[in-house]
Design a binder for this molecule. Structure first.
Ligand SMILES: [Zn+2]
Length: 114
C-alpha cells in the first residue's frame, strides 16, 4: 500500500491510552508507557539531528520485516505494521505506525532551524 497523503490523528483516551491513526488505513493503541518512551526517543533524535525534520517525499506501509524502528529502536515485528519513509536526500526511514505518527507530530513541534 502506498500512502499518498499522510494524515495523523492522535487521540489521547481517558485511561492514558493513545490511538494513532494514519490515513485512516491503520490504527493502533499504545499504552502510555510505550508512547512516552517512544516519544522521548524521537524527540531526542529530532533535537540531535538523527531524525530529519523535512517532509518525506514518499511513504509506504506494510507488514514489519524485523528491521529496527528509526523511532524507538525496537524491531518492527512481522505481526506489526511498518511505515517506510523516503526523504528528499534519498534516506529511507522505517517506523512502527505509532512511531511514524509521533515523528510527524513531534517534528512540527520543533522550533524551525536557522
Ligand atoms: Zn518504533
Amino acid at each position: 500500500m502506498e500512502v499518498t497523503e499522510w494524515r495523523t490523528l492522535i487521540e489521547v483516551g481517558a485511561a492514558g491510552s493513545m490511538r494513532v491513526t494514519l490515513s485512516g488505513e491503520a490504527s493502533m493503541i499504545c499504552s502510555r508507557a510505550t508512547m512516552d518512551e517512544a516519544s522521548r526517543r524521537i524527540t531526542d533524535k529530532l533535537w540531535s539531528g538523527m531524525l530529519p525534520t523535512d517532509e518525506p517525499v514518499k511513504m509506504w506501509g506494510g507488514p514489519g520485516s524485523g528491521v529496527t524502528c528509526d523511532g524507538c529502536d525496537a524491531p518492527i515485528l512481522p505481526s506489526e505494521s511498518e511505515y517506510e519513509v523516503e526523504m528528499p536526500d534519498g534516506r529511507t526511514l522505517r517506523f512502527h505506525i505509532a512511531c511514524g505518527g509521533l515523528w510527524q507530530v513531534l517534528q512540527k513541534a520543533m522550533p524551525p532551524r536557522t
